[in-house]
Design a protein around this ligand. Structure first.
Ligand SMILES: [Zn+2]
Ligand SMILES: [Zn+2]
Length: 232
């Protein structure tokens, strides 16, 4: 469709919907969706529909194809700009990395992107609101088995440092939350778990280890049998 007279007409109609500002931005003055994304109304074979103005610009004016898992963004960071020269493609992974504040030591990496509730989320792999700590686990550590969840050992739901995450069951997660609510002191830290594993490998009785760490024997058994704190 690109390059024929029909498209040229569309380009003209597109340009009519913009004001050009001092920075050269094409400021969209037509319809936007709820989150402020410019929308271009067009019709094809008599069917009327809206498409993202940036996508229209990318495909019809620049003649590019939009790649899978890539999104179009504006380099000028002007949310209403649709200038073809200000558009670029961004991968899901770069959108992820842009919102992670990493530290060189092994402290928490903090997510500063979208946080609808307890955890950060991101549109990723074509799905909306994917939990960021789960994405990070899959990128850095591997698959998440169906029966397991990605849990935080640092108690910081916004942390996405893969070394602060571990796989556990839903039960672990609930027990962990209950324990945190009930008694901050009873909670195990990653260092405790390492010490427990060391103690187990030295052949110390489970009963003694449980007593020392002020947890139940089943907690120690779960750690021993790799039902919890997997990978620690
Ligand atoms: Zn611009
Ligand atoms: Zn952390």
């Amino acid at each position: 469709m690109h390059g024929n007279t029909n498209t040229d007409g569309l380009v003209e109609r597109f340009k009519e919907r913009c004001d050009i500002d001092n920075n050269g931005c094409w400021i969209w003055k037509s319809i936007q969706n709820k989150s402020g994304t410019p929308l271009f109304s067009t019709s094809f074979h008599g069917v009327h529909f809206y498409i993202s103005a940036r996508r229209f610009c990318w495909e019809q004016i620049l003649g590019n194809r939009l790649h899978r898992n890539l999104e179009i963004h504006v380099s000028c960071e002007n949310n209403l700009c649709v200038n073809p020269n200000h558009l670029y493609e961004r991968t899901d992974i770069s959108r992820l990395e842009e919102h992670i504040i990493k530290n060189t030591d092994n402290s928490c990496w903090i997510w500063n992107g979208h946080i609808p509730e307890r955890y950060g989320t991101l549109r990723f792999g074509g799905k909306n609101n994917v939990k960021v700590h789960r994405i990070v686990w899959e990128l850095y550590k591997g698959e998440i088995p169906n029966n397991l969840q990605v849990l935080h050992m640092c108690d910081n739901p916004l942390c996405v440092n893969p070394d602060h995450l571990f796989l556990g069951t839903i039960k672990d997660n609930m027990l962990d939350m209950v324990r945190k609510d009930r008694c901050k002191l009873a909670k195990l830290k990653a260092d405790d778990v390492r010490e427990i594993r060391m103690s187990l490998s030295e052949g110390n009785p489970i009963r003694e280890i449980a007593k020392k760490f002020n947890v139940s024997k089943s907690t120690i058994m779960d750690i021993k049998n790799e039902r919890t704190w997997i990978g620690i």
